[in-house]
Design a protein around this ligand. Structure first.
Ligand code: MN
Length: 432
């Protein structure tokens, strides 16, 4: 555990003091403008307060591509240091109060000690992520040709056992969900029988599902391609839905924004899964060409808004106790991961608020009249509203930073950690 440098609350207070008067004025003016549209700014702010996004433990380290990773200074070297970085992000943005762990990347010996440490840092644990997409040093069987759907039973058994260990680890940390993504698939036509591979996958998942505690959920993450470049066992939301339906109520689909073909209508997928009670969770990121894992909203912010618009619609309908688990799943290759996560957390807050501003009653009327242009304009009006005063005011009221990125740069956090964490290296992977 490294020495515990933290950002001083006094620094946050003095930085905020420079900005508070303007913020209050901006918030008041926005409140007036929204009131003219029949929207109560306080009720929007209250909705935003309930919106929380998890940070994956691997997200605070520099990510990378298949080709290279260029580590930054002061990177966290273990789960405790990752928790420290997550804590700083939470301190400044106030909307990231949980951490999503990954085994075996997060090596834990004392679970009770780790849970206590996180609690002191103001954090709880979200979904556990298993890893059967790469071989570990001490394992008996290789996942080169798959894991849960592997042709050989001993390999499948090993992958099942790992997922059960992840559940047990998560229980000790207070998690309530397991997220499974498998890289299983094939690179050549004919290499694998599609139907048999899916059957083997379902059989393995059934065994894992049987070990879920009663108050747990199982999230099935799908991905179109890579590393299997011809066919992937769980390539799309359809396969994910079939598997989740077969397994039972505790199994749900997880949508990762980057795991689709370019131009896929992801908001439609979100609407479908929410409609039938199978949208379990979300991994936020953005992409330009494929699974780029770029920062949320950095490429296609309107698509992100349209996704949140569907989430708002499902929330309003409150079907099936709609409460998906949100997480950021980004690969920070050229930025300070903390700065990227701060910026993305603010982007997600902003987009959530913009979607909450959609006049759903007017939208319903426009849809009833087949008034395409008006319906589109209702969405655009919400999307083009500058809601920054709402997100900033909420952070300010909760003791966070009005301008979290500037504040992080004003602090000595990275400088201190660079001195405290000299052994930074490329040991932990960063991209999922
Ligand atoms: Mn993901």
């Amino acid at each position: 555990m490294s020495p515990e440098y933290e950002i001083d609350a006094e620094l946050i207070g003095s930085e905020n003091a420079h900005r508070a008067a303007n913020l209050e004025r901006d918030y008041g003016e926005l409140g007036d403008r929204l009131a003219r549209r029949g929207i109560d700014i306080e009720s929007i702010t209250k909705q935003l307060k309930a919106f929380q996004v998890a940070i994956p433990s691997w997200g605070v380290g520099t990510g990378g591509t298949r080709f290279a990773r260029f580590p930054g200074p002061g990177e966290p070297r273990n789960i405790y240091e990752k928790i420290e970085d997550c804590s700083v992000i939470r301190q400044l943005v106030c909307s990231t109060s949980t951490v999503s762990t990954h085994f075996p990347w997060d090596s834990v010996e004392d679970y009770a000690g780790l849970a206590k440490f996180a609690q002191i840092k103001g954090l709880a644990f979200d979904a556990v992520n298993s890893n059967t997409f790469q071989d570990q040093q001490d394992q008996s069987h290789s996942y080169k040709f798959g894991s849960l759907s592997h042709i050989a039973k001993p390999v499948r058994d090993q992958a099942i056992a790992h997922n059960i260990e992840c559940i047990e680890a998560g229980q000790k940390l207070g998690s309530h969900a397991l997220t499974i993504w498998v890289a299983d698939g094939s690179n050549f036509p004919g290499q694998q029988n599609f139907r048999d591979a899916f059957d083997r996958y379902l059989d393995s998942m059934t065994q894992i599902y049987a070990r879920l505690p009663h108050d747990w959920q199982l999230f099935i993450e799908h991905k179109l391609f890579e590393p299997a470049f011809y066919a992937t066992v769980i390539a799309d939301w359809g396969s994910s839905y079939l598997a989740a339906t077969q397994l039972g109520d505790k199994a749900k689909c997880l949508v990762d924004l980057g795991h689709h073909a370019p131009n896929t209508n992801i908001e439609l997928i979100v609407a479908r899964l929410a409609h039938f009670g199978k949208l379990g969770g979300f991994h936020f990121n953005d992409s330009k060409y494929g699974d780029d894992d770029l920062d949320s909203g950095s490429i296609n912010p309107y698509q992100l808004f349209l996704v949140f618009n569907e989430l708002a619609d499902a929330t309003e309908r409150a079907e099936h106790g709609f409460a998906p688990a949100y997480m950021m799943d980004q690969s920070h290759n050229v930025t300070d991961p903390i700065e990227s996560l701060i910026t993305s957390a603010v982007t997600l807050q902003r987009t959530m608020v913009q979607a909450a501003l959609v006049d759903r009653s007017a939208l319903g009327d426009a849809q009833a009249d087949n008034d395409a242009i008006l319906a589109s304009q209702i969405l655009q009006q919400a999307y083009t509203t500058d809601v920054a005063p709402i997100t900033a005011k909420l952070r300010f009221d909760q003791g966070g930073a009005i301008d979290p990125l500037k504040l992080f740069r004003r602090s000595d956090y990275r400088k201190q950690k660079t001195a405290d964490r000299p052994e930074s290296g490329g040991k932990t992977a960063g991209i999922v």
